[in-house]
Design a protein around this ligand. Structure first.
Ligand code: MG
Length: 376
């Protein structure tokens, strides 16, 4: 893949730290394209289709799932990466992989599993994403995991506690030394937020849990809605919402491109090494920070803490806790391949099994273990 069009501070095949296990170079595509392709073909990626973003998979066919969320994140990340002359393939790979380690039932599932795993080193979904691409995928003859490029793995591991960082060798060192990941990694993280802040609003409106009237108080939405109404005074319903939200996404993306370019110029960044040492370069301008914060607060108070969402969240927690404690009290209840893994480290094998479940698989497994009258 020709690296000629990339900015000097972008990750390229030339400045990359490569793969943990050396492989022959790919034919007809670049190394980072190969990473993206491996992620798309992985089992963990397909499972994202049936995992919750906010609404549990069976609540409606049109709500975002982790899969459609990841595709939206990849789309936004790729567009901005291209505008900044960054490595689009790397940015896309990180975006597609960023949620691979998520448990069923979104954040409720992650929190419940983390509580169960507290005495055994805890559970972090970011670290689990890395564990999937480094270890858990079983697809290749010569290695466990997907053997991804260093910078793809670095981008996936966006947060990490200092205790875990110490166990991760070179990849963990940046958290201890407080260095930044590549611009592509930083960007994917911001685009994750752009995607969910906007699509959660859309899903919230679609579900009826939040209303258009409530959004008059949210500057980001109200401003773009006013612009749409000025241009299309009779527009209403879904088209009005869509026209408003697409403008919000555009505003955030353009702001990110402009502010990030200005930061790169101001800090005189000319190499990948300088990106690691510099302050965070991917950022929003001053004007967007407060309105964005207000949007997040709005979503937290009105959607994520809506009583109907909380009811489902509480059920989800209970399912995860029940599954974990049933397997913990008797690992023989695990499917055979996990029983074998449980011999070395039972809690971690259970966490891997539970985290890998889709929403509906977890619900079914719970029924199989706890409902009298259910068979296997
Ligand atoms: Mg995400």
């Amino acid at each position: 893949m020709p690296d000629g069009s990339l900015a000097p501070y972008a990750v390229s095949e030339r400045n990359s730290r490569g793969r943990r296990i050396a492989e022959d170079p790919p034919a007809g595509r670049g190394e980072f394209q190969r990473d993206r392709d491996r992620i798309v073909h992985s089992t963990a990626f397909r499972r994202l289709e049936y995992k919750t973003q906010v609404f549990v998979n069976h609540e409606g066919d049109l709500f975002r799932t982790r899969l459609t969320h990841s595709i939206e994140v990849a789309q936004i990340t790729r567009s901005i990466a291209r505008a900044l002359n960054l490595n689009e393939d790397l940015a896309e790979a990180v975006a597609l992989a960023h949620d691979l380690g998520h448990t069923p039932f979104g954040h409720a599932g992650q929190e419940a599993l983390n509580e169960c795993m507290k005495p055994f080193g805890g559970f972090e979904h970011n670290l689990q994403s890395l564990r999937i691409v480094d270890l858990l995928e079983e697809r290749y003859a010569e290695f466990d995991g997907l053997n991804l490029m260093y910078e793809t793995r670095e981008g996936i591991l966006k947060h990490c506690s200092p205790a875990h960082a110490r166990t991760l060798g070179e990849l963990g060192r940046r958290f201890i030394d407080k260095r930044r990941p590549s611009l592509e990694g930083q960007l994917a993280n911001f685009c994750d937020e752009i995607a969910y802040n906007n699509h959660d609003l859309d899903d919230g409106l679609r579900s009826g849990l939040i209303t258009l009237e409530q959004l008059d108080e949210v500057e980001l939405f109200a401003r773009e809605r006013a612009r749409v109404c000025e241009r299309h005074p009779r527009l209403a319903g879904r088209r009005l919402i869509h026209e408003t939200i697409r403008r919000m996404i555009n505003r955030m993306a353009l702001d990110l491109i402009e502010t990030t370019s200005a930061n790169i110029a101001e800090q005189r960044i000319e190499s990948l090494a300088q990106v690691g040492e510099a302050p965070a370069l991917v950022a929003y301008g001053e004007g967007l920070r407060e309105p964005l914060q207000a949007l997040k607060v709005f979503l937290r108070e009105n959607l994520y803490r809506h009583y109907q969402v909380l009811r489902m969240t509480e059920k989800a927690r209970r399912i995860i806790r029940d599954l974990f404690s049933a397997f913990q009290s008797d690992p023989r209840l695990l499917p055979p391949q996990y029983q074998a893994k449980a011999k070395d480290d039972a809690p971690r094998a259970i966490a891997d099994y539970v985290a890998g479940m889709t929403d509906r698989y977890a619900i079914r497994e719970h029924r199989r273990l706890f409902a009298v009258g259910e068979i296997h």
